[in-house]
Ligand binder design. Structure first.
Ligand code: UDP
Ligand code: MG
Length: 321
């Protein structure tokens, strides 16, 4: 990839799901920041089936800024990452920046992302300085970051932060991926040659509340896990081997005690509950394992059905279309 070249055209992709409170501010701040970079640009807003005034605000913005604000409407709610993928299908720029609509990450950082990309990085990640999220969000993301680092071999600190820049070839590679349950930052890194991370500001959600319920969040963490690695399946095999081997040793020991040391049934009797405890532990491990397999199978199932990951209803604001 010839990535050390100058960025001529920036595409910003923002998924929008019931964000009427911050959308106007988001659009104006993005446009100001993009104008400052001095490059050609487009702001692609993807409406992920919002039920509030978001789509109205988007249409108005596209009318007011033709060919600069592009509005794309999905026919229903597909989730943040599918919405970003839908946005990717429309990009024209040679650098693609993703951003959340909730203004937790300032659009004012675009310039820094562009600079970092021009130094020859295919993917520019960000690290949220003094992150303003609840422990429910920060703790899982710590675990996930570690796992993602191990799986992709790319040392990035903060996979959860969506303010990121990707060179166009990386985006094209991501578009080739047909899987539905993706996690874009991890996917992007798997196609990058050079990556870097820059610090960015982080604030609390100004309007509305997080669009992730606990349930959606759990699903997202599983998506992340299964999209990057099948390693947990292998751990399961190792666990099976280990527990099988220790079970074998345990039975050997019991036979030895019974026939060679032959202290009668005393030990076996007193050990009943120990055995129960051991049994329960292994049953637990099995359950976790089966659950994990189920996670993969569920995803295989959705992928073999090969339904489109998103369906674009209409696009507003493009001159050519
Ligand atoms: N989002 C979306 N579809 C969804 C959920 C969220 O497009 O089903 C968008 C949302 O509008 C926002 C971004 O994804 O732009 C991140 O959502 P949110 O800020 O609620 O997530 P959090 O910051 O809590 O991780
Ligand atoms: Mg947010």
């Amino acid at each position: 990839m010839q990535s050390a070249s100058r960025v001529e055209f920036i595409s910003v992709v923002v998924p929008v799901y019931n964000e009427e409170g911050c959308l106007e501010e988001l659009i104006s701040r993005c446009l100001v920041s993009l104008e400052k970079t001095g490059r050609r640009y487009e702001l692609i807003l993807v409406d992920d089936g919002s039920r509030d005034r978001s789509s109205e605000i988007m249409s108005k913005a596209s009318e007011a800024h033709p060919d600069q604000v592009i509005s794309c409407f999905l026919n229903r709610n597909y989730g943040q990452h599918s919405a970003i993928m839908a946005g990717f299908s429309l990009v024209r720029g040679d650098l693609v920046i993703t951003l959340d609509a909730d203004l937790q990450n300032p659009p004012e950082e675009f310039g820094h992302l562009v600079e970092a990309a021009e130094l020859g990085n295919d993917v520019v990640g960000t690290i949220r300085q003094n992150r303003k999220d609840s422990i429910l969000r920060t703790l899982p993301s710590k675990v996930v970051n570690k796992a993602a680092q191990a799986a992709t071999g790319v040392k990035m600190h903060d996979y959860g932060c969506m303010l990121r820049a990707y060179r166009r070839p990386v985006v094209e590679a991501m578009k080739q991926c047909r899987e539905r349950s993706t996690f874009i930052p991890v996917l992007g890194n798997s196609f990058a040659r050079n990556t870097c991370e820059i610090p960015v500001g982080h604030c609390e959600r100004a309007f509305g509340e997080s669009k992730y319920s606990l349930w959606k969040l759990i699903n997202l963490q599983f998506n992340l896990l299964t999209c990057m690695t099948t390693f947990p399946l292998r751990i399961l095999t190792y666990f099976g081997l280990l527990s099988g081997a220790s079970g074998f040793l345990l039975s050997l020991y019991i036979i030895l005690r019974r026939f060679i040391i032959s202290d009668g049934d005393k030990w076996g009797q007193f050990g009943t509950f120990t055995l129960f405890a051991v049994l329960f532990i292994f049953v637990g491990i099995q359950m976790v394992g089966i659950g994990l397999i189920g996670e993969y199978i569920g995803r295989i199932y959705t992928d073999v059905r090969a339904r489109p990951a998103f369906f674009i209803d209409r696009v507003l604001g493009r001159k050519s279309e």
